[in-house]
Design a protein around this ligand. Structure first.
Ligand code: HEM
Length: 135
């Protein structure tokens, strides 16, 4: 598979990932039942796996280790923070635990979308400062 094809797959997975995350966040905050459906819980994992594998595929083609460039390190750290905030925002608390307050979920959801925007800006600028370069 070519670099261009992998990049197209990566960017498509990026778009699907943020659309799905935004929709699930709205669903959870509104108490919608569809967010508990098996598809709503499994498809995001498949999309995020494609996102990561396409990124690794591109790096493999150009023989660049993921830690080799500061902007790639920033993306990896950003991805970990995005996933952690996503768990707080979307995942139910464990049985026996007090449910997370709605305000905490809302704050984590908004912060995760902000972090996602930062990662996109890092991708476009190829700098860990991302959108800060535009100011
Ligand atoms: C939520 C996580 C991520 C988002 C939102 C994201 C977003 C993007 C976007 C929008 C592009 C296209 C940039 C352009 O058109 O110039 C891109 C390209 C790319 N991303 Fe990601 N990405 C993510 C995760 C990762 C990770 C974890 C890696 C690798 C460690 C990675 C590696 C790359 C590479 C190598 C390119 C191609 C750069 C180029 O040729 O211009 N991405 N990413």
């Amino acid at each position: 598979m070519s670099y261009t094809t992998l990049k197209m797959i990566h960017v498509s997975a990026v778009a699907l990932s943020i659309c799905g995350f935004t929709a699930r966040g709205l669903g959870v905050l509104q108490g919608a039942s569809w967010v508990r459906h098996r598809l709503a819980r499994t498809v995001p994992h498949a999309v995020d796996t494609v996102l990561l594998l396409s990124a690794l595929g591109m790096l493999w083609i150009i023989r660049l280790p993921p830690w080799a460039a500061p902007w790639l390190r920033a993306k990896i750290i950003g991805l970990v923070v995005y996933i952690a905030l996503g768990v707080v925002a979307l995942h139910p608390s464990r049985v026996g635990q007090t449910p997370r307050p709605r305000a905490v979920r809302l704050a984590a959801w908004v912060a995760a979308i902000g972090v996602f925007g930062y990662i996109v800006s890092v991708a476009l600028t190829k700098s860990p400062r991302g959108a800060l370069l535009w100011w």
